[in-house]
Ligand binder design. Structure first.
Ligand SMILES: [Zn+2]
Length: 411
């Protein structure tokens, strides 16, 4: 039996035409959620879908679904989705690749007049990036009941425009209520956005799950004073507490092995003045681990270190955000592994370090992801690059995973 292959030239053409909308000076894309560029990109995508028989609908949070009927319309649909919105200086592939590869997969099946048993729906999740409207993954979050539609509607961008107003202004407010419906499986193809596959020289990542994440803000407080007259021994400088705490935190996280992550990405002092000992040191703490239980124990131990700072200082801890670790559906993982093996592609299991719409999807149904390597692991950057060979391999794995799932005749 010959194995069907997607059309690489057409896939590359979809990607390069989409990248022209909101193109940035350095070769990236700026199509932030619910901007005019986002709308134009979605319309272009829809033109391509309509040409092969797709039927579209929008929901009330701006998620876009394109349905392709199956031989048995009573069967639950299989979802293939990702996002078309980008960071302000984003790349051409993050999210976009997953949507356009799904389109290429349906175009390949259309070329062959092949109708699958299950209906298929390509989904464009709205406001995945969270760069214009916080939080990220808003569309999939509301769809799965993890976020409230009213909260998302009232999110405001930097210019004071609400999500609701942007949704209506760009005509992305759909007539269908945003609510989950049963699906047979959901697949998301995405660039890795990290360096592992490239370093391991693999073309396919079989994503087994997504790291759990916990974000805290920690404030260490002392006493503000003039930088000159106060002797060092008489100061309550919270920087002193910070520098003793910092190595202990890194040390603690390293005890949890290679899969654990600690990032202190934000650091400020108050008052921020060169000749003043600060009263407060405020920093963010991003902790991650793929096993939820481990993440919880590690977080508790790291936060407990704040109690070990000298008594003259005080500490305050605030939880900012958290997303639980997820393990993807075993059948989806297995199907991706089988597809990669049938296609003779080098593949390895991998845990996603970034959040994705599939994390929310996996909270209500069977979901899986496929990764391809990106150059130097660089993403959220205009330099983001993926070799055409990997783009093709990923789309072929998506095609064959879909066929394996959608040709199942039993219930
Ligand atoms: Zn993405």
């Amino acid at each position: 039996m010959t194995i069907a292959q997607i059309n690489t030239d057409r896939l590359l053409s979809f990607i390069s035409q989409m990248a022209k909308i909101g193109a940035t000076k350095n070769g990236g894309s700026n199509r932030q959620a619910l901007t005019n560029e986002d709308r134009i990109g979605r319309d272009l995508f829809l033109d391509w879908c309509y040409a092969i028989g797709g039927v579209s609908r929008l929901d009330s949070i701006g998620n876009l679904f394109v349905r392709f009927e199956g031989k048995d319309p009573k069967k639950l649909p299989i979802l293939m989705g990702s996002h078309l919105d980008t960071q302000p200086s984003g790349g051409k592939f993050d999210g976009v690749y997953g949507v356009l590869a799904a389109l290429e997969v349906m175009s390949t099946l259309n070329d062959q007049d092949k109708m699958l048993y299950h209906p298929v729906e390509i989904v464009v999740w709205c406001n995945e990036e969270g760069s214009r409207f916080i939080p990220a993954m808003a569309g999939s979050g509301v769809f799965t009941g993890n976020l409230k539609q009213s909260d998302i509607y009232s999110a405001i961008d930097e210019e004071g425009i609400s999500y609701f107003d942007a949704l209506t202004a760009t005509k992305q407010m759909g007539s269908h209520p945003c609510q989950a419906f049963p699906f047979s499986a959901s697949l998301e193809l995405h660039i890795e956005q990290g360096p592992i596959l490239e370093a391991e020289q693999k073309s396919i990542g079989i994503v087994t799950g997504v790291q759990g994440m916990k974000w805290h803000q920690i404030t260490l407080s002392g006493e503000t004073t003039h930088a000159g007259p106060t002797p060092m021994s008489m100061r309550k400088d919270p920087i002193q507490a910070f520098i003793t705490l910092l190595p202990k935190m890194y040390e603690k996280v390293s005890e949890y092995g290679d899969l654990a992550r600690i990032t202190i990405g934000k650091l400020t002092t108050i008052p921020s003045s060169t000749n003043t000992v600060p009263e407060h040191v405020i920093f963010s703490l991003d902790l991650r681990h793929p096993i939820q239980k481990t993440l919880e124990v590690m977080t508790e131990e790291v936060l407990n270190l704040c109690e070990e700072i000298p008594a003259m200082f005080s500490s305050e801890i605030e939880l900012l955000w958290e997303s639980p670790a997820r393990e993807f559906d075993p059948r989806c993982i297995d199907v991706v592994r089988t597809a990669a093996s049938d296609l003779n592609l080098s593949a390895m299991p991998i845990v996603s370090g970034a959040g994705h719409d599939s994390v929310y999807l996996s909270s209500i149904g069977p979901a899986g992801m496929i990764f391809v390597p990106c150059k130097d692991g660089i993403s959220h950057n205009e330099k983001e690059h993926v070799e055409p060979e990997h783009l093709t391999s990923g789309a072929n794995v998506l095609l064959h995973s879909l066929i394996l799932l959608a040709e199942e005749k039993g219930e």
